[in-house]
Design a protein around this ligand. Structure first.
Ligand code: PMP
Ligand code: GLU
Length: 404
């Protein structure tokens, strides 16, 4: 009997749809096409100037050796200090693990916590990577739908319906990629009651990567504080420097949680990646501690605030496109279902996004890989001119389609 060359595990994994669209947009650009790119899930800014200076100086200063597997003591301490303030609970450096991006932190967590047959509860629309990460850990992703009418927030009844003995992890992502929706304190309290009643043994993994990027009076609410005393020790917070500090390529993320989990994830890390890149950890330390950085972050946030308004205004002119104003992150999740379906020119959002990219040279990410067919995700982490021109191309393109 012949065996397939690749493992069942590898065979099951889908490539990241967000990275795939960004990659294709890059190829078209490299071929000389003027692609207007709304697909990138990363700030278009340079990192804070103190960060750049620190990396150059550190590289010039001497040998760049391996960093300790769980992170440098300085960075772990800085993260513990920062997250203690955010979550109103004292974290020690030993409760923090630094990894190669928040994506790596999440993958480590799923691998550390789940066994075959365990369930990971994922509210939809979700960031494309969660279900595949659960699969990699041989756990079963359990998707909980939400709707635009509910502000794209998972409702307590919907969560209650899926919780049980097999629930190992409940993922919360606020503000969310792809919808930008954020949980308010009352939402979290209601979810906390349901979890405490039906799955107090589960871990709540809070992906807070967009915590700082909030608009229009929305403030991020810590789930450690809001879910209630009983659950606080079961909450694991995932965070990182990629989005807030425009440092996606540095690949530094971290989580804070029970020491037992930190130690398990650190063991996995010791046999897979080793510690995160030494220079990147030095850079991240500067991002978190240098007094010049917050003003530069504020300037980036001002730009995102302006662009968010620009996109929402532009979308109001696009026929058959509807979106809820996002609380945070840098995405707008647009319902384009009037332009998809058996009677429309495009059967689904995947085809529609492909047509927009290949024919109209506008890159968006279809909703299907986020668990929400009939939608397109638009990132506004790009300059104002690209946004204006791109929105007008989308308006003309969708206006040219017969509506279903
Ligand atoms: N979580 C969410 C919701 C994201 O959008 C991203 C973006 N890639 C990540 C985690 C991972 O970020 P990184 O690995 O760059 O820290
Ligand atoms: N999180 C970003 C996005 O959703 C970056 C790509 C990725 O890691 O998925 O576009």
């Amino acid at each position: 009997m012949t065996r397939a060359n690749i493992s069942v595990r590898a065979d099951r994994i889908k490539p990241s749809a967000t990275l795939a669209v960004s990659g294709r947009a890059g190829e078209l650009q490299a071929a000389g096409k003027q692609v207007l790119n709304f697909s990138a899930g990363e700030p278009d800014f340079a990192p804070p100037s103190a960060v750049v200076r620190a990396v150059v100086e550190a590289a010039a200063a001497g040998p760049v050796h391996y960093a300790p597997v769980p992170g440098t003591p300085q960075l772990r301490a800085a993260v513990a200090e920062l997250l203690s303030g955010v979550h109103g609970r004292r974290y020690s450096a030993a409760e923090v693990l630094v990894s190669c991006g928040a994506k790596h932190s999440l993958a480590n967590l799923f691998l550390s916590i789940c066994d075959a047959g365990d369930q990971v509860v994922i509210p939809a629309p979700y960031w494309v990577s969660y279900p595949d990460m659960a699969g990699l850990a041989e756990a079963e992703p359990v998707i909980v739908p939400s709707s635009r009418e509910d502000g794209w927030r998972m409702q307590p009844e919907a969560l209650e319906a899926v919780l049980g003995e097999r629930t190992r992890i409940i993922v919360l992502n606020s503000p969310s990629n792809p919808t930008g929706a954020g949980y308010r304190e009352t939402d979290l309290k209601a979810l906390g009651e349901v979890i405490a009643a039906k799955a107090p043994h589960a871990f709540i993994v809070c992906d807070d990567i967009y915590r700082d990027l909030v608009y229009d009076g929305f403030t991020h609410v810590s789930a450690v504080r809001a879910l209630g005393e009983e659950l606080a020790s079961r909450v694991i917070v995932v965070d990182g420097v990629s989005k807030t500090y425009a440092m996606t390529g540095f690949r530094i993320g971290y989580f804070a949680g029970p020491k037992e989990i930190v130690s398990a994830a650190s063991r996995i890390q010791s046999q897979t990646t080793s510690g995160a890149a030494t220079l990147s950890q030095q850079a991240a330390l500067v991002a978190l501690t240098d007094p010049s950085v917050p003003a530069e972050v504020e300037a980036m946030k001002d730009a995102f605030t302006r662009r968010r308004a620009l996109v929402l205004e532009g979308l109001a002119e696009v026929p058959g496109a509807e979106a809820a104003p996002p609380d945070g992150a840098f995405y707008v999740f647009v319902d384009v279902s009037r332009h998809t379906g058996p009677k429309a020119r495009h059967a689904d959002d995947i085809q529609l996004a492909q047509w927009l990219l290949e024919e109209k040279l506008v890159a968006t990410v279809p909703g299907t890989p986020f668990g929400a067919p009939g939608h397109l995700r638009m990132s506004y982490a790009t300059d104002d001119d690209t946004l204006r021109e791109g929105l007008s191309r989308i308006r003309d393109a969708l206006a040219s389609l017969p509506t279903a």
